[in-house]
Design a protein around this ligand. Structure first.
Ligand SMILES: [Zn+2]
Length: 342
């Protein structure tokens, strides 16, 4: 799990995925036939069909590199950094978080993220019930205002900091949404000896703010088949009734039927289920009432493509304690590989 640990601990705010991209590029250059970065920053890794035929179908596998994060909005007169969020944070999960500011000179400044206001000892019960807005949060870097203004400016990315850990068969860390899929994409390229498709594994940018990288790279590649790999809700935890569980950790890769951005193409759903059954790859079905993946962009690209998502069940999604099962990761690679060599 060293590879996933590295991926998880790298910063990659939407629009500032360069460190994740550079790392992935160094891992895939040897195993892909072609690697290039497009104007938005998508990393496009191509594997040509083994029997080079002009009519091989184009498959695009999309794994987004970005994570929900912040940009510096302003620096206050008293030297605190105010932030603007990119992507969906639940502010209840943002109290007392360590963050990293990537400055334009390339160095990093560590700080503490907290909501403005009084500490516990000084608040009334009423005040403690109030959930703050993101605009009320600030970062304390410990630096004097003058130094801070010299080193930090609006637009510098601010990402959460968290160690990646193994917990039995589970692993936990920040932004496994969607570095878990980046891991799958890298492993797929490493393990795929041959394919009948003209395969493009694309590590996309800016998914968390509207599937933007998949929209442009999908237009470029114009795939016949689009497959997004992403995380999905596993609400197999206390306080959620069974009937509301979307997926369950350890039950295998989730073959998405639909979410609020795409309905998976029936032919692909059938093909993936049949393959998973045939090859005895652990799998489950996913019907997600809210949210979406890059498949939503691929399905609508140009005149459309057949699209589907394979999901990795994830607990505590969009927190720094995102947790997944190693077996589900492996099942996702196995099913993709089975599809691409079939
Ligand atoms: Zn995601």
């Amino acid at each position: 799990m060293d590879l996933l640990k590295k991926l998880s601990e790298l910063p990659g705010a939407p629009g500032r995925e360069e460190r994740v991209r550079d790392f992935i590029k160094s891992r895939v250059e040897e195993v892909a036939d072609e690697v290039r970065t497009d104007v938005m920053g998508n990393l496009i890794c191509r594997k040509r069909p083994t029997d080079d035929s002009a009519d091989a179908k184009r498959v695009m596998v999309a794994c987004h590199m970005d994570e929900i994060a912040f940009y510096v909005r302003r620096i206050d007169e008293d030297g605190f950094v105010r932030v603007h969020n990119l992507g969906g944070f639940d502010t209840r999960n943002l109290f007392a978080r360590r963050v990293r500011i990537e400055t334009r000179s390339g160095d990093e400044i560590i700080g503490n993220l907290n909501p403005s206001g009084k500490p516990y000892h000084m608040t009334t019960e009423e005040e403690r019930k109030k959930i703050p807005e993101i605009s009320e949060f600030f970062v304390d870097t410990g630096l004097e205002e003058e130094e801070l203004r010299e080193r930090v400016r609006p637009g510098d990315p601010v990402t959460l900091v968290q160690d990646f850990v193994e917990m039995g068969e589970l692993v936990s860390g920040k932004c496994l949404d969607n570095r878990a899929a980046c891991w799958v994409g890298i492993r797929l390229l490493e393990q795929l000896e041959r394919t009948n498709y003209d395969l493009h594994v694309v590590f996309t940018v800016q998914e968390e703010i509207g599937l933007r990288g998949a929209t442009t790279s999908g237009f470029d590649i114009d795939p016949d088949i689009g497959i997004a790999v992403d995380t999905t809700l596993a609400v197999d935890i206390p306080g959620v009734p069974n009937e509301q569980q979307v997926t369950e950790l350890g039950d295998g890769t989730a073959i998405k039927i639909l979410d609020s951005y795409s309905v998976s193409h029936k032919e692909l759903v059938d093909a993936f289920i049949e393959l998973a059954e045939d090859k005895e790859i652990s799998h489950q079905y996913e019907v997600l009432p809210m949210g979406g993946t890059d498949a939503g962009a691929l399905q609508r690209s140009r005149s459309g493509s057949k699209a589907i998502t394979l999901s990795i069940p994830t607990r505590n999604i969009h927190t720094v304690t995102e947790t997944i099962h190693k077996g589900d990761l492996k099942a996702t690679v196995d099913l993709l590989r089975a599809f691409l060599v079939a």
